[in-house]
Design a protein around this ligand. Structure first.
Ligand code: VGL
Ligand code: ZN
Length: 208
């Protein structure tokens, strides 16, 4: 049984994070059937969308001399230099065409400020600027959040840890996520989620 206070949040299931996309995650498209099967069962359904302006500071191309996947210092800490991805209105920023989005109650966009990146669905990377998702979930009486999407070690990780820090009970569906996995980022994500009591479970074991 899935209780009335549980939300499903599908993170960044967008073309640029799927095979053939600008920041493709291996097997990224394989999260789609898992999410399509699970999301309709939840009373609250949220999708997130990485949504950058073309001049976004996280793009290596906008930082002369910076190589893709290198780290630079931002005012809020280290920032990975990404290939240009999820530009507002582009085909790469659109949801995967097989993702069933019509049942979603809310689509939350993030990363739309040029000078700050936003991995988490709750806060931008300064860890203080809110996206509004916390308020939405609280207004809907949500206490538990179930997450899946892309990428396990960036946007899913930061979203799950922030949700746990905010006091939500958090579950991540393991087969509903895929990782970028650069420099041990997947292992670090799993460790940090465990530290914050995020349950990572196969979707087949969730509320059967
Ligand atoms: C993401 C890197 C840059 C993600 C977004 O959705 O995990 N990763 N922007
Ligand atoms: Zn991004």
């Amino acid at each position: 049984m899935i209780s009335a206070d549980t939300a499903f949040v599908a993170i960044d299931v967008q073309n640029d994070f799927c095979p053939g996309g600008a920041l493709a995650v291996a097997e990224g498209d394989q999260v789609v059937p898992v999410i399509n099967r699970m999301m309709p069962r939840f009373p609250v359904k949220v999708l997130t969308q990485d949504w950058h302006p073309a001049d976004h500071f996280s793009f290596a191309a906008n930082n002369p001399g910076a190589e893709a996947f290198s780290l630079i210092d931002a005012p809020y800490g280290p920032q990975v230099m990404w290939p240009i991805h999820c530009v507002q209105g582009s085909a790469g920023a659109a949801f995967h065409p097989k993702l069933q989005i019509d049942c979603a109650d809310l689509i939350i966009r993030k990363g739309y400020r040029s000078h700050i990146d936003s991995y988490s669905a709750f806060f931008e990377n300064d860890h203080t600027t809110p996206t509004g998702l916390e308020g939405y979930l609280r207004d809907r009486g949500v206490q538990s959040v179930v997450m899946a999407g892309l990428a396990t070690d960036f946007c899913v990780r930061f979203s799950a840890v922030d949700a746990a820090k905010l006091g939500f009970d958090v579950t991540v569906l393991e087969d509903g996520c895929r990782a970028i996995d650069m420099d041990g980022s997947l292992a670090a994500a799993m460790a940090e989620m465990a530290e914050h009591n995020v349950a990572v479970v196969p979707s087949a074991d969730y509320a059967v």
